[in-house]
Each structure stands twice: as C-alpha cells, then as structure tokens.
Design a protein around this ligand. Structure first.
Ligand code: CMX
Length: 437
C-alpha cells in the first residue's frame, strides 16, 4: 500500500507540469478585471490566488478536489466503529486529490499518533500561561513555539535545494497536525480543568479520537463522531478566507509551517471569522435567557431585530462568498437530526427555529448579500449539549481543523515553487490619479 509521501511523489510532477503549461501558454490570458470596488471592498471576488485543495461555489458551497460534502461523507474512510469521515481521510484527500483506502487512512492515523506528543518545553510554556489568556492566543503561542524543531528551517539553514522544499515542509506539516490535539487539549485542561490528568495518546486511535479522549470526552461516542465530522468539514474553504490566506501569505516568505499556521490562527481568532462560533452560542443563550426556552417565531423575530437595530451583526449568518445556506451547516444539522437525544435538545431546537426566521429578517434588513446561515450558526451547539460548555474554547477546535487545508497548501506552494506574495497597493490620492488617467 502506497504511503502519503509516495502518493505525493507521484502526483506532484503532474501538477508541476500543469503549472508549467499554464505559465507557458496562458500567462497573458485575462480571467477578470480589477475595479475600484475590489480595492475598497476587501478584494471580495477578486480572482487572485492559486489554491489547489478546494474551490468554493457561491451556491453549491465547498468542493474538495471536486467532491462535495455528501460525496466525501460517502467515500472517505471512517474510524473503526464509527461512521463519520476522519480528519486524516480528509487530509489525505486535500493533499493528494485522491480518496485514501481504509488502510492508508489508518496508517496515517498511526503516524500522527506516534508523533503526537509535545516537546517538554512547549508543555512548560503552555502551563506557564495565565488561565485568563484567551485559548486562541495560547494555541497560536504553542504552535509558533513548535518551530524550534522545524525540519524545513533546519534544512534551509544548511542550504537545501529548492526542489527539496516541499519534502521538509511536508514533514513539518505532518508533525504539526499530529501535535495539535495534545496542544489544544492541554490548553483546555489548563484553562478549564486545572489539576486534572491528561490521557496519554493512544497509538491505535485516529487524530480526533485522541483529541476527544484528551479533552475528557473519549467515552462519548456521539460527541467524538461529531468532532470527527466537524473537524473534517472545517478543514478547508478555499484560499481567500482570512486564516487560509494568512497562512499562505506568511508561508510565501518561506517562514516554516509552524510560524505560518500560528499567524493563521490569529486571523481565525477574529469575531467576523472563526470566533463567530463562540459568538453564536453567546447570542443564542442570551436569547434563551431573555425569552425562555419555549419561544415562538415572533419572539425570535423581535430578538433578531433588537440585535440588528443595536448595530450588531447576527452571528452565524452571512458569508463573504456563499449565497445559499452553507452545506457544512446542513451536514451538521443532519447529524443532529439523526440522533434522537440531540433532536430534543433545547439549544439545538432554538438554532433550528432561528434558521426558520432569520433569513427573512435579514432579507428585510437588506444589508447582507447572504441572509443564510454559515457553519458557525450550529457548530457550537452540539458541543454545548454534551457538556463542552466553555464556548471561548470553540474557535480552538476550528483551529485544529483548519490546519488540514492550510498545511496542504503550504506543501503545494513549495512543490510548485510559488513566489512570495506582493500585491500592489495604492493611496486614495494615487487611486484618484489612476482613475483620471
Ligand atoms: N448580520 C447583520 N449584518 C450583516 C450580516 C449579518 N449576519 N452579514 C453581513 N452584514 C452586513 C455587513 O456588516 C455589511 O454592512 P455594512 O455595509 O454596514 O458594512 C453588509 O451587510 C454587506 O456585507 P456582505 O457583503 O454581505 O458580507 P461581507 O462579505 O462583508 O462579510 C461576514 C461576511 C461573514 C464577515 C458577515 O456576513 C458577518 O459579519 N457575519 C456575521 C459573523 C459570522 O457569522 N462570521 C462567520 C463567517 C464564517 C467563518 O469565517 O467562519
């Protein structure tokens, strides 16, 4: 059976050829235009990045190498005894464009588990951080510190060839993904369960199985399966979103994967991006507290208007690219509907009811280009239902997941020899000058 490295060695030359041909034959082809609205509007919709693993369609949502979420749910291997796709199956698909066999996916699980322990100095560093430092800040610190052992950086210092960049990058990326559960779980323990023991990493478990175990939820199979689905689904969302783009930008300077992904985490930590899942729960719980559990559609409508009239955004709704309900939201909702206990949960019912009302209210409000829910509208509720109630921690789980896509692109960017990013900027005066000419 072919390993991940062997598969990549086969796939990469084909992609390198494809890039060569694109450069040679189509360098001057026009695929869009740059308008002032792009420069003033956060570059929304501007076609300006190469990103291999996934492409986001405004109506259909995300496709990973052409596979939709339901496709992935059908074909990607699950963990022993489970049904949901595993993080390593998704990682394999993102990296290679191929669906791994069960054996390949299990082998990758084993490698990740074997590399999962943290260096002692990183454990000590995390243990020294104050419990009131946001868990996302801690995660970024931990990930950056792992770069002491960067194989890419060490090889760069020795003077490796450009053609070898991707191999060392890949080793760092695998090490980084392997260590995320221990890192993220140690932060959870330190902040919320001080003094308790952390389980050792089980070499026979998949990445998320171990993560759930380390968090202290290993006995809850439903939550573990939910986490597998959640982490696979959040893995990649093409390249322009703030976290993926940050990792790509920093990586383009040949900073190693640890520094690149640490930077990405701080983009994910913003309330308009990954922090939204923490905000959704805070907002839904405040709604529950204000109007009770047995709420009517009219109650929710009134609450939504109070949020909007207060000048706030409705968290979990809207998107920079999507123009329909997020298929990741749908997949997580379907998971909830398939488990009777979750179907009965008051917080999950409230999320559902909000979904029945919010799009019309947002349409009437008339600002957002997308009045539908994104994945964050529901992702925290199952965690909350099963007792993972510390919602400041939720973005950390997103952070464990988003590494899958970010590290994939780091490997591809080095394999394809992509250059340092350096777009052109203008002052308003200079822009006015451009417009006049
Ligand atoms: N509630 C209220 N107003 C909203 C809104 C929402 N959920 N979503 C967008 N708008 C407003 C914007 O603030 C903007 O208002 P101004 O013109 O006053 O600045 C206007 O509608 C147009 O915005 P847009 O083009 O539709 O959306 P953007 O591409 O600028 O922003 C996003 C996208 C996600 C930041 C925005 O929809 C938002 O703030 N949503 C709530 C936060 C959220 O759920 N974020 C998570 C996104 C998924 C993720 O990255 O994890």
């Amino acid at each position: 059976t072919q390993s991940l490295r062997e598969t990549l060695k086969e796939v990469i030359p084909r992609k390198q050829e494809q890039l060569k041909k694109l450069k040679l034959e189509h360098s001057q082809a026009v695929v869009g235009e740059v308008k002032v609205e792009h420069i003033l509007g956060g570059m929304r919709g501007l076609k300006a990045m190469l990103w291999e693993a996934s492409v986001l369609d405004p109506n259909e949502g995300i496709r990973f190498h052409g596979l939709s979420i339901p496709d992935c749910q059908k074909v990607l291997p699950s963990a022993p005894g489970g049904k949901e796709m595993t993080a390593e199956s998704m990682l394999w698909l993102l990296m290679t464009g191929q669906v791994p066999t069960v054996e390949q996916s299990r082998e990758l699980s084993r490698e990740l588990a074997e590399k999962g322990d943290l260096p002692a100095f990183v454990e000590e560093l995390l243990d020294s951080l104050p419990a009131n430092l946001h868990p996302m800040t801690q995660l970024g610190i931990g990930v950056a510190a792992l770069n002491r052992d960067s194989k890419f950086q060490a090889a760069y210092e020795k003077g490796m060839k450009k053609s070898e960049y991707w191999t060392y990058t890949l080793e760092d990326c695998i090490d980084l993904v392997a260590k995320l559960p221990a890192l993220a779980a140690r932060i959870y323990r330190n902040v919320y369960k001080p003094g308790t023991d952390l389980a050792p990493i089980d070499k026979n478990l998949d990445l998320v199985g171990n993560y759930s175990n380390l968090l202290g939820f290993g006995n809850n199979q439903t939550l573990t399966e939910y986490l597998r689905l959640y982490i696979a689904l959040h893995g990649d969302h093409e390249g322009g979103n703030a976290s993926a783009h940050t990792s790509h930008l920093v990586g383009s300077t040949l900073s190693d994967p640890y520094l690149s992904y640490s930077a990405a985490l701080y983009a994910l930590a913003g309330p308009l991006h990954g922090l939204a899942n923490q905000e959704v729960l805070r907002w839904q719980l405040a709604m529950q507290e204000e109007i009770g559990t047995n709420v009517s559609h009219d109650d929710i409508k009134a609450y939504l208007w109070r949020t909007l009239k207060g000048g706030q955004v409705v968290p979990g709704y809207g998107h920079g690219v999507l123009r329909k309900p997020d298929p990741r939201f749908i997949a997580l909702q379907e998971f909830c509907q398939s488990i009777p206990e979750l179907k009965q949960s008051s917080i999950i019912q409230l999320v559902n009811k909000t979904f029945e009302v919010a799009p019309d209210v947002l349409k009437e409000h008339g600002k957002t280009k997308n009045p539908y829910p994104n994945v964050d509208a529901t992702s925290g509720c199952v965690l909350y239902h099963y007792g993972l109630t510390e919602f400041k921690y939720y973005t950390v789980i997103f952070g464990v997941s988003r590494a899958l896509g970010a590290v994939t692109q780091l490997v591809w960017a080095r394999a394809l020899g992509l250059p340092i990013e350096r777009p052109k900027s203008y002052s308003m005066d200079a822009l006015e000058g451009l417009i006049k000419n």
